[in-house]
Design a protein around this ligand. Structure first.
Ligand SMILES: [Zn+2]
Ligand SMILES: [Zn+2]
Length: 348
């Protein structure tokens, strides 16, 4: 089969690799669509992982083979493949911090080499613990593979929305209107709250309004805090979500968040960046800072429900489709987006 093998920083090689062999409790999935995630791009562009590896984790496909002990699934079933399943009994899992669990962090879905997701290949092997513990989700007939590939990123955003306790009637500032910021705008609306979105690109500001944001502004607008005050009875927003790794965006969020509000870090910042902050700002205004990384086992069913019942319009997020052989070009496009670049999907 063919796969995009990570052979070193910025070195992707589209090559022939052996079809994964499955054990008795494993499943082989033919990848039909795989989303390109910001985290994939980091893994390709920075020396974070020893090559060779096959990344890709926003995977939707068809079951091509099942092990002799697999009872629940059949060949031909259409499924979303989750690459993270927690152990459910370590101290982290018992505290609902599933994404901190060692079993969760240890990726086991693979298309060959050290398991790293394996979605950037014709076929991916799903190990027994993922098959047994809810890591394969059946795709309803009316839902396309493209739509289904959004279940994983929806979960990640949903987890953050839940963590920040976003609720009806609230107003939320979302900094960044890329595919993730736009998905946040959709989810915030789904939960009955209003989204105010900022971005640097005029096209993205327009797009945010078209997918349901109540207001959208240029992130460079010096009057942003006043505009946000005007939209929130002089209070400021209940929650700010940082969907871009920018210290400027953080300080803007600090200016726009109400007393007793929350600021949630969603985008991963460069490791060398530090943000100086006077702790009294947090103390006197009772601002909560929080982070949300990856997905949650707890909101998995809801994430699938939201996508499969079209509660958010994931089609509106798709801008580019590439054959898997052109993954390098897809990564270039994602890192140098045109005014119309949003979610990029890959087709093996
Ligand atoms: Zn992802
Ligand atoms: Zn655990």
């Amino acid at each position: 089969m063919k796969a995009q093998v990570f052979r070193g920083v910025n070195q992707l090689s589209y090559e022939e690799v052996p079809l994964p062999e499955i054990g008795a409790d494993e499943v082989l999935v033919q990848v039909r669509v795989v989303g390109l995630c910001q985290s994939d791009i980091k893994k390709i562009k920075y020396p974070l992982y020893e090559p060779p590896r096959i990344f890709g984790h926003e995977t939707a496909g068809t079951i091509a083979a099942i092990g002799s002990e697999v009872k629940k699934w059949q060949t031909g079933d259409r499924v979303v493949v989750l690459h993270h399943i927690p152990c459910m009994h370590c101290a982290y899992c018992l505290n609902e911090n599933f994404s901190m669990c060692d079993v969760y962090k240890n990726i086991t879905t693979t298309a060959g080499f050290a398991p790293s997701g394996g979605g950037f290949a014709d076929y991916v092997k799903v190990p027994g613990h993922i098959v047994r513990n809810g890591g394969l989700i059946e795709i309803p007939e009316a839902i396309t593979f493209e739509q289904a590939s959004f279940v994983e990123p929806t979960n990640c955003c949903l987890k953050a929305v839940k963590k920040a306790q976003i609720s009806p009637g609230q107003t939320i500032l979302i900094t960044g209107a890329g595919p993730i910021g736009l998905m946040f705008a959709m989810l915030v609306k789904y939960f009955g709250a209003k989204a105010i979105v900022t971005d640097l690109m005029p096209s993205r500001i327009e797009k945010a309004l078209s997918v349901g944001a109540s207001a959208a502004f240029d992130a460079r607008d010096a009057d942003l805090p006043q505009k946000v005050q005007a939209l929130t009875q002089g209070m400021g927003v209940d929650v700010s979500i940082l969907a871009v790794p920018s210290d400027k965006a953080f300080f803007q969020a600090l200016d726009c968040t109400r007393k007793g509000g929350k600021i949630l870090f969603f985008a991963e910042f460069p490791d060398e960046l530090e943000i100086p902050i006077n702790p009294n700002i947090l103390y006197r205004r009772e601002i909560d800072l929080m982070g949300s990384y990856s997905s949650s086992y707890r909101v998995q069913a809801l994430a699938a429900d939201i996508v499969f019942n079209r509660q958010i319009d994931v089609d509106a997020l798709v801008s580019d489709r590439y054959p898997l052989k052109d993954l390098s070009a897809a990564v270039d496009r994602a890192t140098k987006p045109t005014p119309d670049t949003y979610k990029i999907l890959l087709y093996p």
